[in-house]
Design a protein around this ligand. Structure first.
Ligand code: FMN
Length: 328
């Protein structure tokens, strides 16, 4: 029986499947289900700064819109301690107590002071690591791209300075130079990179003539985006690489590990095919390792990466040409 253990962010995982941050991990019961289905780790649903602010706003409105100044002071002195963060910290504590797999927290804040404050509390609650879900949509044409990318690195640095647990950054794919960014993220203190966050894209209602939204689940072929970048980054950044997007089948798990991922996150596939999909992925991975004589994940991880390709400068180019030749 091949060994499926992997080490991600310095954490020992019994296998490389991590349930991604989502509604699947927003309750202790949800976390237990993921662990029972065989997950190697879970990333909890993100704590969003806006949730806490909204909670605060509704309480303030409930107090009549013009709360007593002392009450307002009390609310404002430590927003995080009183509201959304509290239930999130409870979720961390109870999840850690309920399962034996690593529980990674996920944070999405806007203001620098909030990132830092929540990160410390998350560490105190017992999370094994923190995944930073940083997403800044560039809307101001006056802001240079470099400045936006640097703001991501600054967030990593600020959080890292506050906590001693490992910090990973869930990246966006829309960066000009992903290899440079990955090196800078590592220098800034990121222990891991999650490639990639998958965005909600807006839509329009052509009857009501207004914007409409809705988060769509990924499709199986979408694993190719993280596959490309993990294959390019493997061996060239100090960060552990973790895939997220389009992991639906054993084949994509195997490909992403071959490209150099230390772990892969699964979200949409569980929504689509239920938790049993994790067992199927693990079974498929074991079978494939058996067939190919691989006894451990480490024995084949990164084998089909730019780093091990012999001619790194041709790695991308040859795939590009081959894609066209195969298509004709
Ligand atoms: C219903 C739903 C809720 C999600 N919530 C979060 C979240 O709170 N934080 C986060 O970082 N990602 C969130 N995601 C994104 C997933 O963690 C994941 O990165 C994305 O769905 C791509 O992986 P997949 O193809 O396996 O679904 C959510 C995804 C879904 C489908």
């Amino acid at each position: 029986m091949p060994a499926l253990e992997t080490c991600y962010l310095g954490l020992k995982l019994k296998n490389p499947l991590i349930v991604g941050s989502s509604g699947l991990t927003k309750t202790v019961e949800g976390v237990r289900r993921c662990a029972a289905a065989g997950a190697g780790a879970v990333v909890l649903k993100s704590l969003f700064e806006e949730e806490i602010r909204l909670e605060y706003q509704s309480i303030s409105e409930a107090l009549g819109g013009y709360p007593h100044p002392e009450a307002l002071d009390w609310l404002q002195t430590d927003l995080a301690a009183h509201y959304g963060a509290d239930s999130y910290l409870k979720l961390i504590e109870e999840s850690v107590a309920s399962v034996s797999i690593p529980v990674i927290a996920s944070l999405n804040c806007v203001t620098p002071e909030t990132w830092v404050k929540y990160a410390s509390r998350i560490e105190g609650a017992g999370a094994a690591a923190i995944e930073l879900n940083v997403y800044r949509l560039p809307l101001d044409p006056a802001v240079p791209s470099e400045q936006i990318e640097q703001s991501y690195i600054e967030t990593v640095k600020a959080v890292r300075a506050q906590v001693s647990i490992p910090v990973s950054l869930k990246m966006i794919p829309y960066l000009t130079n992903i290899p440079r960014f990955s090196v800078q993220a590592h220098e800034g203190g990121a222990r891991g990179l999650v490639l990639f966050n998958r965005f909600f894209h807006p839509d329009l209602d052509i009857v009501g003539l207004e914007p409409r939204g809705g988060l769509l689940l990924s499709r199986p072929e979408e694993y190719r985006l993280p596959l490309r970048w993990i294959g390019i980054l493997y061996g060239r950044t100090g960060c552990d690489l973790c895939a997220s997007t389009g992991v639906h089948e054993p084949g994509s798990v195997i490909r992403l590990l071959l490209a150099g991922a230390k772990a892969v996150q699964v979200t949409s596939a569980i929504y689509l095919y239920k938790h049993e999909v994790l067992g199927k992925m693990l079974h498929g991975l074991e079978e494939w390792m058996d067939e190919h004589g691989f006894e451990s994940i480490a024995s084949f991880r990164g084998k089909v990466s730019r780093f091990h390709s012999g001619r790194p400068e041709m790695f991308e180019r040859s795939q590009y040409i081959k894609a066209f030749v195969d298509a004709e």
